[in-house]
Design a binder for this molecule. Structure first.
Ligand code: GA4
Length: 343
């Protein structure tokens, strides 16, 4: 089956000179002042770029290496085996109409294409998985591509990255001056019905430089936490619309503010437009945890933040189910928030 190659970008984007960075270890080890300095740095980065890097995250390097090795081994399988294995790794893919599972080049259901193949998984609710039971299981860092072990290493990873996501969300709350309700965001991601997802992307070396791996878009969820191997490719759009390349850093995580967070903060935190341009000769592997609320959750600008803007609400209230249904009807590059803005 032939699928047209996605578009090629014009020139290479210049690197982002100063990637905002937050050291969680320093914030945790320090006093209240160190923590509130970290919270302010997080809030500043979310206002300016909707994007920042996290160091000192405490997710063990060997776990990251095992995820990377298992992903590389999975994508090295023959096409038919990937499709078959994905049904084991992602049982939800069996559900009709679900976008979960394995796919190559096609992104979403509305004709978007990228130089990418990926696995998209629904994340089991917090507590439902039993990562502790897996910790003693033998899992070598070498290429064990069996769906059983890939699934297990991914569930261990999900538990770790969910914890990291919650630390980040608490800092966001504190940075917004919502310290009296530190769980205002974490409760959405920790809810038993949280609609969170994991995406494992593999960008093979491109036939020519500058091919679009994943086209420009914002993420619909609250927050996305990304980790990649050392291959470059991620770019973000600055406030003025210029694109900048984010130097890869396999030892750190990158956080994107999503559409739902932009709504909750009444536009104060910015849902960052980002894309992946494939230019390097080495394959890029990225794993992204998307923290989403339960489908029934009503989302609206938080009253405490609206008051500070003289009571102007920029978005109307809607449920996450409503937003997702609407978002999944759009093309990747579309603005999805505009339908929910107040006049
Ligand atoms: C972008 C963020 C996540 O990867 C994703 C994507 C989803 C998909 O790949 O199926 C979407 C895209 C994402 C936003 C608009 C719609 C839905 C493809 C698309 C064209 C899993 C998500 O939740 O939204």
């Amino acid at each position: 089956e032939q699928i047209a190659l996605p578009a090629v970008q014009r020139g290479a984007a210049p690197p982002l000179a100063a990637v905002p960075e937050v050291d969680l270890a320093a914030a945790a080890a320090g006093d209240a002042e160190a923590r509130s300095a970290a919270a302010r740095a997080v809030a500043r980065a979310c206002e300016e770029h909707g994007f920042f890097k996290v160091t000192g995250h405490g997710v063990p390097a060997p776990l990251l290496a095992r995820v990377e090795a298992a992903a590389a081994a999975f994508f090295a399988l023959p096409q038919r085996e990937k499709e078959r294995a994905a049904a084991t790794v992602a049982p939800a893919a069996a559900a009709a109409g679900s976008s979960f599972g394995y796919a190559s080049k096609r992104i979403g259901g509305n004709g978007d294409l990228g130089w990418v193949e990926y696995l998209l998984l629904g994340v089991t609710p917090a507590g439902a998985a039993a990562p502790a039971a897996l910790s003693g299981a033998p899992m070598s860092a070498s290429a064990d591509a069996s769906p059983c072990c890939f699934r297990e290493v991914l569930s261990e990873y999900i538990a770790a990255v969910r914890g990291l996501t919650c630390t980040v969300l608490e800092l966001m709350a504190e940075g917004l001056g919502l310290g009296e309700t530190p769980d205002v965001f974490t409760r959405l991601v920790l809810d038993g019905e949280s609609d969170s997802m994991l995406r494992v992307n593999h960008y093979p070396p491109a036939p020519r430089p500058g091919v679009t791996g994943f086209g420009a878009h914002t993420d619909p969820q609250i927050v996305s936490v990304l980790r990649s191997n050392a291959a470059a490719g991620l770019e973000i759009s600055l406030r003025d619309g210029t694109w900048v390349a984010v130097p890869s850093d396999k030892d750190s995580f990158f956080v994107n503010v999503g559409d739902a967070m932009q709504v909750l903060t009444n536009g104060r935190f910015r849902s960052v437009r980002h894309r992946v341009v494939v230019s390097s000769a080495r394959p890029r592997v990225s794993v992204i945890f998307f923290g989403g609320p339960p489908p029934r959750e009503r989302l609206a600008p938080l009253p405490g933040l609206v008051d500070r803007e003289g009571g102007r609400r920029r978005y109307r209230e809607f449920t996450w189910r409503e937003y997702k249904t609407s978002a999944y009807r759009t093309k990747l590059a579309d603005n999805r928030l505009c339908y929910f803005e107040t006049a």
